[in-house]
Ligand binder design. Structure first.
Ligand SMILES: C[C@H](O)[C@H](O)[C@H]1CNC2=NC(N)=NC(=O)C2=N1
Length: 101
């Protein structure tokens, strides 16, 4: 079982993660990605899904046209862990490759 990050560790990890913030009302982190069009948004989701499956750590997400709203939490731990931070970083890298900062 992976340990939940302390509030301080969560904050400092978030400070280095462009676009991500705390979700209100629940211990989780969130980011909304906006792409050029649906094709780019779905391309992002396809690539992120491969990373998620490989690491057995999966996002909660919603796609509307060219936006993808992502929420990350470790359900098994009841909060945010290093695994969420790692997936958030991987998602940022994929988005960056698609021209989204
Ligand atoms: C059995 C399996 O490893 C677990 O259910 C994994 C799968 N993917 C997961 N994804 C996320 N985000 N949180 C989890 O706790 C989690 N648990």
């Amino acid at each position: 079982m992976v340990e939940r990050l302390s509030p301080e560790a969560r904050k400092s990890a978030l400070a280095e993660l462009s676009g991500w913030s705390e979700l209100s009302g629940r211990e989780a982190i969130q980011r909304t990605f906006t792409f050029k069009d649906f094709n780019e948004a779905f391309g992002f989701m396809s690539r992120a899904a491969l990373v998620a499956e490989k690491n057995d750590h999966h996002p909660e997400w919603k796609n509307v046209y060219r936006t993808v709203e992502v929420v990350l939490a470790t359900h098994d731990a009841g909060g945010v862990t290093r695994r969420d931070i790692d997936l958030a970083k991987a998602m940022n890298a994929i988005a960056r490759q698609l021209g989204v900062t």
